[in-house]
Every structure is written in structure tokens, then in C-alpha cells.
Design a protein around this ligand. Structure first.
Ligand SMILES: C[S@@+](CC[C@H](N)C(=O)[O-])C[C@H]1O[C@@H](n2cnc3c(N)ncnc32)[C@H](O)[C@@H]1O
Length: 404
């Protein structure tokens, strides 16, 4: 008797926690359509996170399900806000055929609700622990119709099936041909991509042999494993206390930068003020577009003489030859800060001024805008057939950032 009362309490508690989460996602603008709302109200998220408390299962955070020996997350049930945003932009509808890359169970169950009985959902994961777990959770929650496949998604699925929606839930560096080949014309590929070192989830719509973005979302995912894994090239400076993280190759002659932080620092005030706790994600993309040598500066907590450590969330930098400049910020008050730039090296002043000029340009032209559109083309597309913009060459694709 006591046990069944406990179960009832739990079910009641889960229903209340789920309702509160959905209300929050609507209030935050993450759920915007009744169909996605209905899916979130229907799927019992706690059955896909049995390892954690009800409170943790229904918090608007990831539930980590697997990590490596260093504590790096290998698999998780993604955060509800991000799942909601991705499903909204994927526009999954009744009868659609969908492929999810990276399994957890919960998101596939949401997709199953959205496609309904006439639709079809397959989820693929490279890790047998993850597929076993996802199968168990899907069965427990009554979503046996979702097909769970163990495979490296790099090669797509060994079937001729084409999908209306392919939704990728691991951080990709490139888009392999299998994903675009398995998409119907007009279909949508939602993929967390590294764009010049910045993590953005891009929703693309297929336009025949190329794709065009319909949304670009600031977000991060666990890294892709297997054939498509890609380590970020890094350059350690100042006895490894500072690391520069690049998107693809290291700059030419990286040795020139060895002593750069020992040179006198040049500070430039941009004059651009910005509210605290507000994302300036389009500035990051603008700097990444503007500078060939764009990179990210990661600083060990221990201070380095001469360096003003970039505030948390900053560290956007550019190198040019033996010089380095990076974005900083000076607090004005509790609500506002001012963007500054710090430069080092023989061309410190020139590079820092150029960097500050780009911050000012963004402030005048792009600050209130939507950010760039992204297009994705097959690797063999000649320059003459690409739209004008910052081209990012990958192994399988050519990605272009186009600013309005
Ligand atoms: C964030 S988790 C997936 C979350 C899940 N979609 C959910 O329900 O919230 C990312 C998953 O991607 C998987 N993954 C990484 N590389 C992969 C690859 N090459 N092919 C298939 N799955 C991969 C990982 O094993 C991990 O389980």
C-alpha cells in the first residue's frame, strides 16, 4: 500500500514537474508552436533520465549519461530549451520521415510524437552503451516504434531511405555527403557546426545540391566521435598558461608567436558599450568572419604578467604574423561594460586598432541584425559558383558565411 502511494506521488510529481517545465519553455520563447508544446507535455522525460531525481530530470539542463576518464561528457540527454529550439526550427510534421544522429531516447520520443503514427523516426548512435540505454528507455516509455541503430553516422544509414528532417545532436566539424544525400529536396538538416571555432546549431534547408540556413542558434554539444571527429588545433604560449585555439590549421610559422606576450601591451578602447549578461554572439561571428587569423584565447586562472585576462566568455582573438590582439571588457557598472582590445607583438597597435575597428563596424551595422546566413556547398564547387562571403573549407563541404 505504502509503495503504491509512493508511485502515485511520483507520477503526480512527474506530471507537475513536466507541466512546470513546459510552461517555462513557453514563457522563455523556446516553445513557440502548439504541436511542439503538445509533444513536450506528452513525453515523460524522467523515464529517459532514470539515473537522476525528478527535479534534475525536469530541470532545463542536460542530464549527463556517460563521461570518459577525464570527466569529458560523451553522451547526455540534451537540455530541454535546446531540444525545443531545434525541433521548432526543424518543423517536424505528421507523416514525416526523420533521422536523429546521436541518441538519448527522449528527443527521438518527442520526434515520434510530432510525426505521429504515419511517420517514422530512426535514431543512430556510435556507442552501444547509448543505443542499449535508449532502447530500454524508449520501451519503458512506450515508444517502441522508434528504430535505434548502432553505427557511426558519418556514412549515414545503410539504406536508400531519404529523410524530411535530419537532426544532429553532436558537435560536427563538417557535413559528410551522406547527410545531404539522404535529405529530400526542401528537407531540413539541423546540425551543431563549428564555424571558425564557434559552436552554432544551423538549420539548413536543402536546395538541390546545396543548402541554405533558416536559423543560426548559439549552442554547444558533445563532440562528434568516430570518422568525423576533429581535434581543435591549439598553440600553447607562455609556458602553456595561455592557449590559442584555432578552427582548422595553425597559422603559418606559429613559432613567431612564442614570445608575443612578453612584448609591451597596447590597449585600445572601442567606445562600444554593451549590457552585462546579454549574448554578443553576432559580434563573435563577425570577428571570425573579418580576420583570417581568428582564434580563441584560453587563459589559465593563474595570471600571466602583462596580460589582462579576458573576462569570462570573452577571449576572442586574432593573430597576424608575430602579433596578437584579443577582445576584453571593462566593467562600467552592474549593468554595462565597454569593449576593449589588447594587443601584443611588433604590430600590436595596428592589429589592435584593426580589431577595434571591426568591433565598431559590428556595432554600427550588425549589432541589431540577425547575424549571418550560412550556405553549404559540395567540396568541388568552384569559387565562381559560391556566393560572396567568408568561405570555410572543410573536407567534404564548402561553408559560406553571408552577412546582410
Ligand atoms: C548529446 S548526446 C545525444 C542526445 C540525444 N539526442 C537526446 O535525446 O537528447 C550526443 C550523442 O552523439 C553520439 N555520437 C557522437 N559521435 C557520433 C557519430 N559519429 N555517430 C553517431 N553518434 C555519435 C554520442 O555517442 C552521444 O550519445
Amino acid at each position: 500500500m505504502a509503495e503504491s502511494v509512493g508511485v502515485l506521488d511520483d507520477e503526480q510529481g512527474a506530471a507537475e514537474a513536466r507541466a512546470a517545465l513546459v510552461d517555462k519553455l513557453i514563457a522563455d520563447g523556446m516553445i513557440t508552436t502548439p504541436v511542439v508544446e503538445a509533444a513536450f507535455r506528452a513525453v515523460p522525460r524522467h523515464l529517459f533520465a532514470p539515473e537522476v531525481s525528478l527535479e534534475a530530470a525536469y530541470a532545463d539542463h542536460i542530464v549527463r549519461t556517460k563521461q570518459d576518464k577525464q570527466g569529458v561528457t560523451l553522451s547526455s540527454v540534451s537540455a530541454p530549451w535546446l531540444q525545443a529550439r531545434m525541433l521548432e526550427s526543424a518543423r517536424v510534421g505528421p507523416g514525416m520521415r526523420c533521422l536523429e544522429i546521436g541518441s538519448g531516447g527522449y528527443n527521438a520520443a518527442l520526434m515520434a510524437e510530432l510525426v505521429g503514427p504515419a511517420g517514422d523516426v530512426t535514431t543512430v548512435d556510435i556507442d552501444p552503451d547509448v543505443t542499449d540505454r535508449a532502447r530500454r528507455c524508449l520501451a519503458a516509455a512506450g515508444y517502441d516504434q522508434v528504430r535505434v541503430v548502432l553505427a557511426d553516422a558519418e556514412d549515414g544509414l545503410p539504406t536508400s531511405a531519404r529523410y524530411d528532417v535530419i537532426l544532429v545532436t553532436a558537435q560536427a566539424w563538417d557535413v559528410p555527403p551522406a547527410w545531404t544525400d539522404q535529405l529530400v529536396e526542401g528537407g531540413r538538416l539541423v546540425v551543431p557546426l563549428r564555424l571558425r571555432g564557434l559552436n552554432r546549431t544551423v538549420t539548413f534547408e536543402s536546395r538541390g545540391d546545396w543548402l541554405e540556413s533558416t536559423s543560426v542558434l548559439y549552442s554547444g554539444f558533445v563532440s562528434m566521435r568516430g570518422i568525423g571527429a576533429h581535434d581543435k588545433p591549439t598553440l600553447a604560449l607562455d609556458g602553456e598558461r595561455i592557449t590559442l585555439v584555432f578552427d582548422d590549421d595553425l597559422p603559418d610559422s606559429p613559432d613567431q608567436l612564442a614570445g608575443v606576450l612578453g612584448t609591451p601591451r597596447v590597449d585600445v578602447d572601442t567606445g562600444v558599450i554593451f549590457p552585462n549578461r546579454v549574448s554578443f554572439e553576432t559580434l563573435q561571428l563577425w570577428l571570425a568572419t573579418a580576420f583570417d587569423g581568428y582564434c580563441h584565447l584560453a587563459v589559465d586562472k593563474e595570471k600571466t604578467p602583462g596580460l589582462i585576462p579576458p573576462p569570462v566568455g570573452m577571449g576572442h582573438a586574432a593573430v597576424d604574423g608575430a602579433s596578437l590582439a584579443y577582445l576584453g571588457g571593462d566593467k562600467i557598472d552592474d549593468d554595462w561594460f565597454r569593449f576593449g582590445v589588447h594587443g601584443f607583438g611588433p604590430e600590436a597597435a595596428t592589429l589592435a586598432e584593426a580589431f577595434a575597428a571591426q568591433v565598431r563596424h559590428w556595432n554600427h551595422v550588425h549589432r541589431d541584425g540577425p547575424g549571418p546566413r550560412v550556405t553549404l556547398h559540395p567540396r568541388n564547387t568552384p569559387d565562381s559558383e559560391l556566393p560572396g562571403g567568408r568561405v570555410i573549407d572543410r573536407r567534404h563541404s564548402r561553408i559560406v558565411l553571408l552577412w546582410p
